[in-house]
Design a protein around this ligand. Structure first.
Ligand SMILES: [Cu+2]
Length: 360
């Protein structure tokens, strides 16, 4: 009897749709500012706990170094650094491909699970609704909570390589691309230096104009049934996802710290160094979720390819969610040995498959 119920559990784990009926009480993800001071402290101390845990020896790189252009795994790094490393290694597979939205949805969820299972976190993933900060981004009160246990801190000190000096993460130690502490460098017009790439057609644009409340609601209500165009709106250089990364500069913006070796590759690789990364991507996920729920023909709309398509503007425009070979819903997403793998289908519905949450 014991044996057969154990077997049933194993079969249940393998056949994920069996979980379908089990999500009767989904967790509710809330905006960071609705967290109480205790809830904020609890999330922050769990994040710091992950960064005090040792390296996970199961982690391995799967992308050839000639493609990923990243440093090797640093075995003296933390479990938090390992999460960062997965994102660095898989950079070219999970950005500007059909994995962008489903992979990051799963990544935020397995990170939340790690906080809960490894660091006794009892809360849910917060999200950061940056559209609330868009009009006065630099001066937003979001940056003024310097409480050492519940505050996210503010902007970095220019005289100290933009390392954050206040709040709970002022001494947040990071291993990639080289040892440093958390950096934030407000960059109002981040596309100026990136002119010439097809992803940035309006180099002088102010990044905060791309993620206003109006812009986000246009995106959610637009692109009916058109997943590739929705992804393009969200993900491209001058869309909300990229703009929030770049306006933050420093770690979230993927700029190399002064201490980094000369061959440091800037870009989206080590952006998960910033604890706000998880709230930023929960918000990106929420906007996808809101779009999925905005129209019946959006919910299961999925078209994506395995390869990046931005070699030129017209090819990217034709395949904004990745070029051939095309991915299907049974495609198993990569995890570099760090966490359980899931298929795209497993994460399409946040209250079915392997997921059980909604957004407030
Ligand atoms: Cu990413």
């Amino acid at each position: 009897m014991l044996f057969s119920s154990a077997l049933a559990t194993v079969l249940g784990l393998l056949a994920s749709p069996v979980f379908a009926a089990n999500c009767t009480n989904p967790s509710v993800r809330r905006e960071w500012r609705t967290f109480t001071t205790e809830e904020k402290s609890e999330w922050i101390s769990a994040v710091k706990c992950l960064s005090d845990l040792p390296h996970n020896p199961d982690l391995f790189a799967t992308v050839p170094p000639s493609v990923s252009s990243i440093v090797p795994i640093n075995a003296s790094g933390s479990y938090y650094d390992d999460f960062v490393y997965v994102h660095m290694d898989l950079n070219t597979r999970i950005h500007f491909t059909g994995l962008f939205l489903p992979w990051h949805r799963w990544y935020v969820t397995v990170y939340e699970t790690a906080l809960q299972q490894k660091c006794n976190y009892t809360g849910v993933s917060p999200y950061w609704n940056w559209s609330m900060d868009a009009t006065e981004f630099f001066e937003s009160p979001f940056w003024s909570d310097s409480d050492p246990s519940s505050g996210l801190g503010g902007w970095g000190d220019p005289s100290k390589d933009y390392e954050v000096q206040d709040g709970a993460f002022s001494t947040f130690n990071l291993s990639y691309p080289s040892y440093h502490t958390l950096r934030r460098n407000f960059t109002a017009q981040p596309y100026l230096g990136l002119a010439g790439l097809d992803l940035f057609p309006e180099p002088a644009l102010y990044a905060n104009t791309t993620f206003t409340i109006e812009k986000i609601s246009e995106g959610i209500n637009g692109f009916v049934g058109d997943y590739p165009k929705f992804q393009q709106w969200m993900e491209w250089g001058e869309g909300p996802h990229g703009s929030v990364h770049l306006i933050m500069g420093g770690d979230l913006g993927g700029s190399c710290p002064a201490s980094a070796p000369a061959n440091c590759t800037p870009g989206p690789t080590f952006s998960a160094n910033e604890p706000l990364f998880w709230m930023h991507h929960a918000m990106v996920d929420k906007v996808w979720y809101d779009w999925q729920h905005a129209n019946e023909s959006n919910f299961w709309a999925y078209v994506g390819g395995a390869n990046q398509s931005f070699i030129n503007a017209s090819f990217y425009d034709e395949y904004p969610s990745g070029a051939a070979p095309m991915l299907d819903l049974d495609y198993l997403m990569p995890s570099d040995g760090m966490f359980e793998q899931a298929t795209i289908r497993d994460v399409m519905n946040t209250t079915d498959g392997l997921l059980c949450y909604i957004y407030e």
